[in-house]
Design a protein around this ligand. Structure first.
Ligand code: CP3
Length: 343
């Protein structure tokens, strides 16, 4: 079996180039995915093992990435807690957002068996993927998941009702966080039992509240999930989008690698984050809307960083956008694979 360049980097070994994969690499820019989307709904693609595995593995051929990430969504956890979930053209929507209830904690009915279909997808991926391409599992981090649960509507990214609830109901917020953590840990353990080799925690909305409040209410929950994942012997990557200078609190106790968004230059992030934690990131995906010579200039800026830093995974600062041309995504992937990284 050829060893995986991603796993090598995560283990702290030297490689001739940085490994790369991209957030939202399956579900947004690939023509092969768009063709499947014409025929099947998102739920169908997530729930059918053959389809789910096929979509998960598309970016290996179409982009040449060094890892696959499970084709699923962070909102499957609220779904498994009994919240009705639809994905429409305007984004994900819950039947009854928790902020509509006087006692939201009482509404939760966690049922781990409602995640079983995902493990069937993982089994199919493990049976069909190339040996040198590891599978990344994931779930959403507590603040991001809680925001969707309370607010209910996917594209209202300010989450006003959710934030109002958090500021007014600290005790209930903590209880909701505990419930999310408990099911997320079972979910991560099961993903591992079925074969995932790396785990990423998506805290897309870390920037919604001050770092101080985040560290008080949410960071202990992140640490709990991270501890449970690392006890399984697999690397734990944490993506706290919008955390900014709060990155200076990211230590090896919290995660193995931290994924950096496009707001903080990667060299600055390197200075903020504890040297014992590796970095992932952080090209602004919107650069990929420009021409290829502009894209190339932005990519060239990473050579010096990549030369000096072996504990780095190339990725985007946030997921691909549906408006990005596939040719530009492919151009970036080929460039990263073929550049002279001077290592
Ligand atoms: O490459 C992949 O797409 C991998 C699978 C994946 C999806 N969602 C599929 C998806 C992953 C890793 C996610 C994570 C996710 N989901 C996050 C964290 C990362 C990020 O992008 O910030 C968040 C915040 C969500 C919640 C979510 N799910 C939103 C806001 C939306 C609507 C907008 C959109 O199109 O992404 C979804 C739906 C969703 N998740 C789709 C896909 C392929 C689109 C479904 C459709 O086509 O109807």
């Amino acid at each position: 079996m050829t060893d995986s360049i991603l796993l090598k980097t995560l283990r702290g070994e030297a490689t001739e180039r940085p490994p790369f994969w991209f957030m939202r690499q399956a579900g947004r820019v690939l023509p092969s995915y768009m063709a499947l989307k014409e025929k099947y709904s998102f739920w169908q693609m997530m729930k059918d093992p053959k389809l789910g595995a096929e979509v998960t593995l598309l970016p290996i051929n179409d982009l040449g990435v060094d890892a696959a990430i499970l084709f699923s969504d962070i909102l499957v956890i609220p779904y498994a807690m009994g919240m009705g979930l639809e994905f429409s053209d305007s984004g994900p929507e819950f039947e009854k957002p928790l902020s509509h209830f006087d006692d939201p904690v009482a509404q939760l009915k966690p049922d781990p068996s409602k995640l079983q279909y995902i493990y069937d997808v993982i089994d199919e991926i493990m049976a069909t993927k190339p040996a040198h391409i590891p599978l990344i599992g994931f779930c959403g981090a507590p603040l991001t998941v809680l925001c969707y649960m309370l607010q209910g509507i996917g594209r209202q990214i300010e989450f006003p009702e959710a934030i109002r609830f958090i500021y007014r109901n600290k005790k209930a917020t903590k209880q909701l966080i505990d419930a999310i953590v408990e099911l997320s840990i079972i979910y991560a353990q099961k993903q591992h039992e079925h074969g995932i080799q790396v785990f990423q925690l998506f805290e897309t909305h870390a920037g919604l509240i001050p770092n101080e409040l985040y560290n008080e209410l949410f960071m202990p929950a992140v640490e709990k999930i991270g501890k449970a994942v690392r006890a399984l012997g697999i690397p734990f990557i944490y993506f706290p989008k919008g955390m900014g200078v709060g990155l200076d609190k990211i230590t090896p106790e919290i995660c193995d690698f931290v994924s950096i968004d496009w707001q903080v230059p990667i060299e600055v992030a390197r200075k903020l984050v504890d040297p014992g934690v590796g970095l992932q990131g952080n090209l602004d995906p919107r650069i990929l809307l420009s021409s290829q010579d502009v894209i190339e200039k932005q990519l060239e800026r990473y050579i010096e960083f990549g030369q000096k830093n072996q504990n780095w995974i190339f990725n985007l600062g946030h997921g691909f956008l549906p408006t990005i041309p596939y040719e530009n995504a492919r151009f970036m992937a080929d460039w990263v694979r073929n550049a002279d990284w001077k290592r």
